[in-house]
Design a protein around this ligand. Structure first.
Ligand SMILES: [Fe+2]
Ligand SMILES: [Fe+2]
Length: 285
């Protein structure tokens, strides 16, 4: 029987508009608590500027744990479209030397799934797209693992393909969710929406746990800056949303994947009050 593993799931740091107090708090928590790894689910920067990546590198290099980072839609050149098409991940690649691409924690693996693309047939290019190639790479990585290996997926965009009103969110998300459910991954960890959630989706291949982390930036949406502490015990994943405002976990979690990650408020505006739920840790679903 393997000992429980603790991971920190953080997301949407948005260097350039980062929350310095939140970053200092997370850095200290990592140094004090020694999680087995830190999984960052994208949007390290605001506009993929060189100075923003440099600041992200500096912060990540100080973390006392192995780190894996998925690129987010904000991590690709925003103004320089020539570079965006020719070398979309070159700037993001500057931090690769600091990272683990796929985390190997014994019989628990963290496997990435890329949901960003250099261009799309729709505009703006904010939402996700799981290309056939990206999905094939992730499934091949899972299928190459020894039987019984527990798998967590990291991606930037939540995978649901359509919002309730029919609006397309993550292209090819339905198929990706089915394939991951078929392989019985423990959960899909994502960012992008800036509010945490812990939901279980039904797919034609079975249930799929979807866990979203909030933001550590000033671009808060409806909850204060936060990160997820994940405790993996066997095939059980317990989520605790930690935040500087000490809001209970269940009150921090939105009850659906929001349609867009664009924060509705400007930095400096007060955070909307969240529902008070008198319970710290949510039941695992
Ligand atoms: Fe973001
Ligand atoms: Fe994003």
């Amino acid at each position: 029987m393997n000992a429980p593993v603790t991971l920190f799931h953080i997301s949407d740091l948005h260097f350039g508009l980062e929350d310095r107090r939140a970053l200092d708090w997370v850095e200290q928590a990592i140094a004090a608590e020694h999680p087995a790894a830190v999984a960052v689910t994208g949007d390290l920067t605001m506009r993929a500027r060189h100075r923003e990546f440099a600041a992200a590198c500096e912060w990540i290099s100080r973390l006392a744990a192995p780190v894996t980072v998925e690129p987010g839609n904000h991590d690709m050149p925003y103004v320089n479209l020539i570079e965006r098409f020719a070398a979309p991940y070159r700037r993001f690649g500057a931090i690769k030397a600091l990272l683990e691409r796929e985390l190997d924690l014994g019989d628990l693996h963290v496997v990435p799934l890329q949901t960003v693309t250099r261009a799309q047939w729709r505009f703006p290019w904010v939402d996700g797209w799981v290309t056939d190639r990206a999905l094939a790479a992730t499934l091949a990585a899972i299928d190459a693992l020894p039987e019984g290996t527990r798998v967590l997926i990291t991606a930037h965009h939540p995978l649901p393909e359509r919002a309730p009103d029919g609006h397309v969110l993550t292209i090819n998300g339905t198929r990706a969710m089915e394939e991951l459910a078929r392989r019985q991954v423990l959960a899909v960890l994502t960012g992008h929406v800036h509010d945490p959630f812990d939901l279980t989706a039904r797919t034609s291949a079975g249930p799929l746990r979807m866990i979203g982390a909030g933001t550590l930036s000033q671009r808060v949406r409806s909850t204060p800056p936060s990160f997820n502490e994940l405790m993996i015990d066997g095939r059980e994943v317990r989520v605790r949303v930690r935040n500087l405002a000490a809001v209970p976990t269940r009150a921090m979690q939105v009850d659906a994947v929001p349609e867009t990650a664009l924060p509705p408020r400007q930095p400096g505006e007060p955070v909307a009050p969240v529902n008070a739920v008198p319970e710290i840790d949510p039941p695992v679903t």
